[in-house]
Design a protein around this ligand. Sequence first.
Ligand SMILES: Cc1cc2nc3c(=O)[nH]c(=O)nc-3n(C[C@H](O)[C@H](O)[C@H](O)COP(=O)(O)OP(=O)(O)OC[C@H]3O[C@@H](n4cnc5c(N)ncnc54)[C@H](O)[C@@H]3O)c2cc1C
Length: 743
Amino acid sequence: MGRSEQIYDVVVVGGGIAGVCAAMSSARCGVKVALVHDRPLLGGNASGELKIHIAGADCSGNAIARFVRESGIIDEIRIENLHRNPANSQDILSVILREFIWAEPNITLFMNTHVRDVRMSASDKIESIEADQLTTEKTFVFKAKIFIDCTGDGFISDRAGAKFRIGREAKDEFNESLAPKQADSKTLPSCVEFYLQDMGKPTPFHPPSWAYKYKSDKELPFRDISRQSWQFGDFCGGFWWLSAGGDKSTIDDNEEIYEELLRVLMGIFDLMKNGGDYGADNFAIDWISPIPGKRESRRCQGDYWLTQNDVLEGKIFPDAVAYGGWPIDIHPPEGVFSKEPPNLAIPLARPYTIPLRCLYSVNIDNLMFAGRNASYTHIGLGSSRVMATCGFVGQAAGVAGALAVFKNKTPREIRESHIAEVQQTLMRQGVYIPYCKNDDKSDLAQIAKVSASSESPLNIRENEKEKIKFEYPLFQLFPVSDGKLKNVEIFIDAKRNSKFKASLRYAKDIWDFSSVDNITVADAIAQEDGKQWLTFGFDAKNLSRGFYWINVESPDSDASWFISDEVIPGLVCGIGKPPESRIPELAPKYKTMRGTFIFRLSPTSYPFPPDNVINGVARCEQWTNFWRSKPIEKSSPEWLQLSWSTPQRIGEIHFAFDGQFDSNIIWPAPLGVFGCETLPTIVKQYEIQIKQEGQWKTIICETDNYKPMHIHKFETIETDNMRILIHKTNGVKEARIFEIRVY
Ligand SMILES: Cc1cc2nc3c(=O)[nH]c(=O)nc-3n(C[C@H](O)[C@H](O)[C@H](O)COP(=O)(O)OP(=O)(O)OC[C@H]3O[C@@H](n4cnc5c(N)ncnc54)[C@H](O)[C@@H]3O)c2cc1C
């Protein structure tokens, strides 16, 4: 059996979504990385082993906070998967992940390689880790300056003597109202996944003798086994609530938990087939996950525990390196054996940030972690465990780890004295961090003058597909570019003489509907029956440039407001009806919707000027932050130009197009945008031109772009003018660009 010493700068253990993103971001910073993974497939729970879809802050399209899908590496992966994996096969996803790793020359991938031991050079420093590659009988001793534990179970942390926790914190410790009164050792339960296949004719099911016996679905309170709960278009399978074992040890008792889950699954399927009409007559099980999906085990201790209150408050930390937005989603530890509902979910009004302090060990100097084993309380993990968040924090840990190597510092020292550099590097890699701005002094776009062929005013396509009744107040957020707002007109279906009251309020960003202070109030009365524009004369002056929202009430009118399915970043609409929640006092008091209500502002707002592309924020947040051209004509492309007062040497250009961050890139296909191959808002065909000796010269011609963030590298050239000529998008009529960077 061969044994070899392997020396790297950063070693990432665990090739789940967190580990893949950590390895890639570190490698992109220029350090040598080993990714060590003990399975044959990359992706962890997103691989063919568990087939769990990657969810994140957009809550698969159901988030209250809009435009929050994660960017950066996790989005590169999701967009590539969207483009290349029409069947949305989890096995293809694993291959795509492998390809992403292969594309990084600084990563060496060790598959089927199980880390079994950790050696310390001092009580607070890991010297090496030892691993066996099961398929080749090789043993590797990995030495590195930084180790990143992405094993999900915090295995490296445990073996290194790093501090960690298992179980639930007591309510009092962090003032978490959702935590139990007393601390205990219970966790979220583990789950078995299965798929069903339609056999086209009735098929028998003979349960094994060891299956549990359920006489009726009353023995499974709050758990739905009817067909609508397991069939989504062509996809049939489930159940996220078929879980158990959080009252045992999800590590020590893992095998026992799996056997228990098999007994439950076979028993439930017996009930579905032989115990009543659940629409399953023609269905057979054709796949069962070979291991239990784990939601929680060890949580490693950083310099900070992310808590319930941070999550609900949407906290912005000074050392923010990522964000989350999934609801606080906690499950009873006993899973299917609990008589309680299978989960308690508190939706969030806004994204919360995750500080770097959660991603390195409190007591081992060269140990970092990312994924579900990071430093979150049990309740904090209720939100932060979903895989897009894991990937996001993976990318952050990878960057901070690489900077620690370059500067010969510990991750803690990096946080103390180089946090801005971590944030700036992440942003340069395409990551959006709420309330952080591009301050990259080497970005030449920042000192350019920006001009464009055109600029689109705020206008909304007036399609009348759907309308929402004024049973509850309805609201619309929009950007105001000028200091005044004379009128807001809304397009409604009403009856003569119906009365409406609208209040104009300020929003500090696109997620802020907290204000109850009216800037001004206006009434209006519908003058006729049917479709019509209704005008609210606000006559508001001295408004600062920013977001405002109108809250419109007409409880007795039986009227409706037309809603357009056009998605324009910076427009958010909603209904003043609280979402369903078992703890309404913790949830927002409203819901938002995809699209926009149909409205007009006077004077017209111009919130998409060309210089938005260099204002430092590549996502709509406190402002729209993108350029939107007029519709592109076939004969004349739209363009955006950067001009410098003196010639600049340039060799790298980054474009952040509109990645339609309010889209639902999810699985199963019928529920998301699968099948469309990319997002219609992304620019598809464009040329990059530079001006030399008074002539425009094309240096890059892109014919089939589908990536929200596209980086072009080329041999350095000198110019004082560059422009992008946009010929076509993947769907929308106009060009949209959030950011241009030039190096
Ligand atoms: C039933 C269920 C449903 C869920 N639903 C969703 C959902 O819909 N969407 C969503 O985004 N999230 C969901 N989650 C949560 C999510 O899947 C996990 O929180 C997430 O997978 C954690 O990612 P990770 O990268 O930290 O760990 P993992 O995905 O667990 O990956 C860690 C990898 O490290 C490897 N590893 C472990 N030890 C070693 C070692 N010693 N040496 C080498 N490699 C090692 C493991 O084999 C594993 O593949 C669900 C979880 C469960 C269980």
